[in-house]
Design a protein around this ligand. Structure first.
Ligand code: ACO
Length: 323
């Protein structure tokens, strides 16, 4: 009998500090109207000095574990998707493991930028399907505000900080039905931070390792690719568009989300949309959106969910889930 992984609890956390479009108008040459019209974003949350990715991850994880009714000792795998790790090493997953008083189980980070959570969930799903894990904690956590040039209006209006988490358990009933992961590194330069530990480290040391992006090329590619992955996911499961109850998309831009919803012929009230309040929180965006819809009572047990994400790399991916 096949073993599936099921999401049994969700949690999320947003830093308290809110940065509105009006506040951004004071920082760069932009306007609330431009940001809303082009992106759908009204505000984003950002960390304070001294607040780190692991702090957000810990709060989201505790909420997910509470919702699942799972004690730290039951977790046997931790996968954290992040682009903004607190340290070069150990991984954010190891730092989180210690915070949660969990000992001995494998813990590692996954780096696929905005597709990170879908990648991490897919990895955890494989561990569960093969019997290696029975109860996994999967987290997306980011402090993207630390890699943003707050004088660059092309990028600074788009991103925010936050974390989301799920607890995934082995079950005889589905569960995660399929995951689909892709990448094409030829597109690296369209969306990247062109510095790191072994290349241009002085930018990191001087605090100017920033996101650079060709926004309109990223936009076009995201719309095309997300449309294709919707088809791929439905086809792999022998499903029709109408079989999906909820689209849980990566929250980058309302216009990208609308284009994918149109492709699915889904009304927007069946699409979880948090981009207005969260901005683009990269790997945290999908679990943040999922948790908000679960806690609002919108997503219910038995609903069919399609998650999809696209991000730097380029990376893209999806997960079809019977919740
Ligand atoms: N405020 C005011 N004007 C701005 C701003 C701003 N914040 N940013 C750019 N502009 C200007 C540009 O300079 C340009 O001016 P010009 O015509 O005088 O040269 C004008 O607005 C139009 O710029 P475009 O880039 O054509 O605007 P577009 O409609 O493409 O919107 C945006 C830009 C919002 C960045 C869009 O391309 C986008 O969302 N791209 C996807 C990027 C993204 O989401 N990246 C995140 C990671 S990938 C992901 O998560 C999917």
């Amino acid at each position: 009998m096949a073993t599936y992984s099921r999401i049994v609890g969700t949690g999320s956390y947003l830093p308290e500090k809110v940065l509105t479009n009006a506040a951004l108008e004071q920082m760069v040459d932009t306007s609330d109207a431009w940001i809303r019209e082009r992106t759908g974003i009204e505000q984003r949350h950002v960390v304070e000095d001294g607040e780190h990715t692991v702090d957000l991850a810990e709060k989201a994880s505790r909420r997910a574990m509470d919702a699942a009714g799972v004690k730290p000792g039951e977790i046997d795998l931790i996968v954290v998707a992040t682009t903004t790790a607190d340290q070069v090493f150990p991984s954010t997953a190891c730092l989180l493991q210690s915070r949660l008083d969990i000992h001995g189980c494998p813990a590692f980070d996954v780096q696929a930028v905005c597709t990170g959570f879908v990648y991490a969930l897919s990895v955890a799903d494989k561990f569960v399907q093969t019997g290696t894990s029975k109860c996994a904690l999967v987290v997306g956590a980011e402090t993207f505000s630390r890699i943003i040039d707050w004088t660059d209006r092309n990028t600074c209006v788009l991103f925010g900080d936050g974390a989301g988490a799920v607890v995934v358990k082995a079950d005889q009933n589905p569960g995660i039905l399929s995951t689909h992961l892709h990448a094409d590194g030829d597109y690296a330069k369209l969306l990247h931070v062109p510095s790191g530990v072994s290349n241009n480290y002085s930018a990191v040391q001087e605090g100017r390792a920033y996101v650079e992006m060709d926004g309109s090329d990223v936009f076009k590619m995201a719309v095309r690719t997300l449309g294709a992955i919707v088809d791929e996911t439905l086809e792999a499961n022998g499903m029709q568009r109408g079989d999906i109850d909820w689209l849980v998309p990566h929250q980058a831009n309302i216009r990208i989300i609308q284009a994918t919803a149109k492709k699915l012929r889904m009304p927007l009230d069946k699409v979880v949309i948090t981009v207005a309040k969260h901005g683009n929180t990269s790997a945290a965006s999908i679990p943040l959106a999922l948790d908000s819809a679960v806690r609002a009572g919108d997503i219910k047990a038995g609903d069919m969910l399609l998650m999809e994400g696209f991000g730097g790399g380029f990376t893209w991916g999806s997960a079809l889930i019977k919740y």
